[in-house]
Design a protein around this ligand. Structure first.
Ligand SMILES: Cc1cc2nc3c(=O)[nH]c(=O)nc-3n(C[C@H](O)[C@H](O)[C@H](O)COP(=O)(O)O)c2cc1C
Length: 193
């Protein structure tokens, strides 16, 4: 069964980018795909700042899910023209080449469209350095294209909804042909010494 891991890069308790991720996971679960949402808020702050010990149970859980996954969705708010610092701290904890053989979908929400290209100039190079070669074009939406209904559910305007659905479709089509690549199969032994 395909497995998708969603990494939520917002530190906010009520987060638009994380709620978008949850919506997306709802869609993919309807296609019989198992999912796991991991937020930067799930990692103890001292591990994010000072680095996680090798036996960190948090990191172990994260890496096991990523290893099983065929698709990874990375969501972030735009902070100071880039992705969130907490997301960078989180990605820095991952073993080298963790994203080899995975389809990666980046998602960003932002206060305005001024930093529309932040996914391309800031986030994608980091995802590539983690070994990702199949990075989808991504989904960027600004806060004025989002609103919450009376139940607190996040709604997108029509144009954004179409772009969002297209990215979900592309992700589902792309993971269909992927087999999970284990870190151990890929990485040279010295990574694990
Ligand atoms: C510290 C901080 C810095 C921000 N910097 C930017 C920015 O440079 N450009 C921008 O368009 N929006 C910026 N924003 C707005 C957020 O990107 C936007 O509200 C986003 O949807 C928040 O996502 P979240 O609810 O998932 O945290 C900033 C917000 C915060 C809190």
């Amino acid at each position: 069964m395909s497995h998708i891991v969603a990494l939520a890069g917002s530190t906010a308790e009520e987060s638009k980018s994380t709620d978008l991720l949850k919506r997306l996971l709802g869609y993919v679960e309807e296609h019989g795909i198992s999912t796991k949402l991991i937020s930067v808020r799930d990692i103890p702050p001292n591990e994010l700042i000072y680095g996680a010990p090798k036996n960190s149970p948090h990191l172990k859980e994260v890496t096991e899910h990523i290893e099983r996954a065929t698709g990874i969705i990375v969501a972030t708010p735009i902070y100071k023209a880039s992705y969130s610092g907490a997301l960078k701290a989180f990605l820095d904890l991952l073993p080298e080449k963790s994203l080899v053989g995975k389809v990666v979908l980046p998602i960003a929400t932002a206060g305005s469209s001024k930093h529309l290209l932040a996914i391309d100039y800031a986030l994608k190079p980091v995802l590539s350095s983690l070994g990702a070669t199949q990075i989808l074009s991504g989904f960027f939406v600004s806060d004025n294209q989002l609103q919450r209904d009376k139940n607190g559910h996040l709604l997108l305007d029509n144009e954004s909804e179409l772009r969002f659905e297209e990215q979900v479709r592309t992700l589902l089509q792309s993971i269909r042909f992927i087999k999970p690549v284990s870190q151990k199969e890929y990485a040279p032994a010295e990574y694990f010494n």
